[in-house]
Write a protein that binds this ligand. Structure first.
Ligand code: HEM
Length: 134
């Protein structure tokens, strides 16, 4: 598996642990006010990052491109800034609002870069090998 896929899965599972932690905390405390932070942590952090990592694993040529690592850095920075700032904002800290806005834009730039990676360069995907059952 390419290095960037490993990086994406390592980062993704950290967001899953954090997201589940928030979910359990909401369930135990019966206070669901941070539901948006929980959902975004799990969906932008765990699910989307795992999809990005899977795409790079299936397209190793694209994983080697410098733009792939730039895309990882920008997307990860956006989500890492967004989740805690959104969490604090939902707890009532409205000073976090501009931070959430900036983090959302950084995350979106990361997504646009991923679209660029998909549509640009060589379109050669790895052919899955047939498993041997002997
Ligand atoms: C043990 C793991 C988890 C726990 C304990 C948990 C707990 C919760 C709780 C308590 C809520 C609030 C429900 C409400 O107020 O209606 C919630 C909402 C939500 N959770 Fe989780 N969650 C877990 C895992 C996940 C995962 C893995 C994902 C996504 C991949 C996820 C996505 C969501 C979403 C999207 C909502 C919002 C649903 C809505 O607004 O209708 N959760 N979760």
């Amino acid at each position: 598996m390419p290095r960037i896929s490993h990086l994406y899965f390592k980062t993704a599972v950290l967001f899953l642990i954090l997201g589940i932690g928030m979910g359990l905390n909401m369930a135990i405390s019966q206070d669901h006010s941070v539901i948006g932070a929980h959902a975004h942590c799990n969906l932008l952090g765990w699910v989307t990052m795992a999809l990005f990592g899977g795409y790079y694993a299936l397209n190793p040529r694209k994983a080697e491109r410098r733009i792939a690592m730039i895309q990882y850095g920008i997307y990860t920075a956006g989500v890492t800034l967004m989740v805690p700032s959104l969490y604090l904002m939902l707890l009532g800290n409205m000073a976090m609002e501009p931070v959430v806005a900036i983090a959302s834009i950084i995350t979106f730039i990361g997504v646009l870069l991923f679209a660029f990676v998909i549509f640009s360069g060589e379109q050669v995907a790895m052919t899955p090998s047939t498993p041997s059952y002997r």
